[in-house]
Write a protein that binds this ligand. Structure first.
Ligand SMILES: Nc1ncnc2c1ncn2[C@@H]1O[C@H](COP(=O)(O)OP(=O)(O)OP(=O)(O)O)[C@@H](O)[C@H]1O
Ligand SMILES: [Mg+2]
Length: 364
């Protein structure tokens, strides 16, 4: 197991800069996810850590060892991909132990390690089956087992769950998290699924166009997004954004949208941003659907709108509400959900408002 230090890592494919100056440190035993939309450079970054791609710039260290120029097999990394690529003619036992046999590990030790991994992954009763006789989730667990029995310094996973159906995805991700905790193996997990990243990560690194946007524990990134991109990428249903004009007036922040003016606490923006608000500034007010509640009379702010869509998802019901000609998504208790056409008050707390500069898209 190892601490991974990535320093100003870039990777170019011709004119395309797939990864641009990535710098981050992954603690020993940590599970870090690389998260971002398709094409943002996640797989490229992972391949660089694995040694499958050469860096254009920068360095990678495992603990104090510079591995930048090392071949994959010299790095002691294990990879799990989206398509599990098991050997179809071998049974589960042979698939899991294949790497160990190649490394000429003592047969008794192999048996022991395979049994331990199979136990942890709940594969004990499938050891004599071939991949074709397993479900997708079981196959992916075999691929994970094959990766972890080698006791890698770093475990790298590239969208390992995306071929699985919804239910299996949830179960398998729980298994992966549990296994990773039990083994304490430093892990980099690539996904474009923000919920998967939230659930699995110790910390998540959000990328866009090859650039790291933000890194932090899931709830910190969720609650305190640094810019509009992170705010809109994390969270489902997505955060609402309203075009507003902001200006400071004494001890409050006047926030105008359409014909309304809200008075927000000064603390809704950073100290530094406050200085720029002596003159009106165009901004975006972000509020998550789950923080915009029907009724909400106890909240600090209230806006009103007409319901035009009702979406029950079980524990909560989401509503599309027309507020001054804009669509916002709000939430309510399923037992007291309004009907289409009803005019409802929507309440929210100042502390849940996130404000962004319209020009720079940075958090204010
Ligand atoms: N071998 C290659 N040659 C040229 N360009 C490449 C190569 N591999 C990746 N790219 C480009 O680099 C960028 C990043 O690709 P990458 O595969 O890392 O994205 P990703 O975040 O993993 O996306 P996805 O979620 O779709 O897997 C993309 O613009 C892609 O087209
Ligand atoms: Mg990819």
């Amino acid at each position: 197991m190892a601490r991974v230090t990535i320093d100003r890592m870039s990777k170019d494919y011709g004119a395309v800069r797939a990864v641009n100056g990535l710098a981050l440190e992954i603690a020993d035993g940590e599970l870090l996810t690389l998260l971002g939309p398709s094409g943002c450079g996640k797989s490229t970054a992972l391949s660089c850590i694995a040694g499958l791609e050469r860096l254009s710039e920068g360095t990678i260290r495992f603990d104090d060892r510079d591995v930048t120029e090392l071949e994959p097999h010299q790095r002691n990394v294990a990879m799990v991909f989206q398509d599990y690529a098991l050997y179809p003619h071998m049974d589960v036992r042979d698939n899991i132990s294949f790497g160990l046999k190649q490394q000429k590990v003592d047969p008794a030790a192999i048996t022991q390690q395979v049994e331990k991994a199979a136990g942890m992954l709940d594969l004990g009763s499938y050891l004599d089956r071939r991949p074709a006789e397993l479900s997708g989730g079981q196959r992916q667990r075999v691929a994970v087992g094959r990766a972890v029995v080698r006791d890698p310094a770093v475990l790298l996973m590239d969208e390992p769950l995306s071929n699985l159906d919804a239910g299996l995805r949830l179960r398998t991700r729980t298994e992966i998290k549990r296994l990773q905790r039990e083994l304490g193996v430093t892990t980099v997990f690539v996904t474009h699924d923000q919920e998967e990243a939230m659930v699995l990560s110790d910390r998540m690194a959000v990328m866009r166009d090859g650039l790291l946007q933000q890194i932090g524990p899931p709830m910190e990134v969720y609650r305190e997004p640094v810019n509009l991109f992170v705010a809109s990428f994390i969270g489902s249903p997505a955060m609402n954004f309203l075009d507003v004009e902001l200006v400071r007036e004494g001890n409050t922040l006047l926030c105008r949208f359409a014909e309304r003016t809200l008075r927000l606490a000064l603390g809704s923006v950073s100290e530094a941003s406050l200085k720029s608000l002596d003159r009106p500034k165009k901004a975006l007010l972000g509020i998550r659907p789950s923080d915009l509640l029907v009724g909400g009379s106890a909240r600090e702010q209230t806006i009103e709108g007409r319901v035009f869509l009702v979406e029950p998802v079980g524990p909560v019901t989401f509503l599309d509400v027309d507020v001054e000609g804009r669509v916002v998504k709000a939430a309510c208790d399923p037992d007291t959900a309004p009907v289409v056409g009803e005019v409802v008050p929507l309440g929210f707390a100042d502390s849940r408002v996130r404000l962004f500069d319209q020009a720079t898209e940075q958090r204010l």
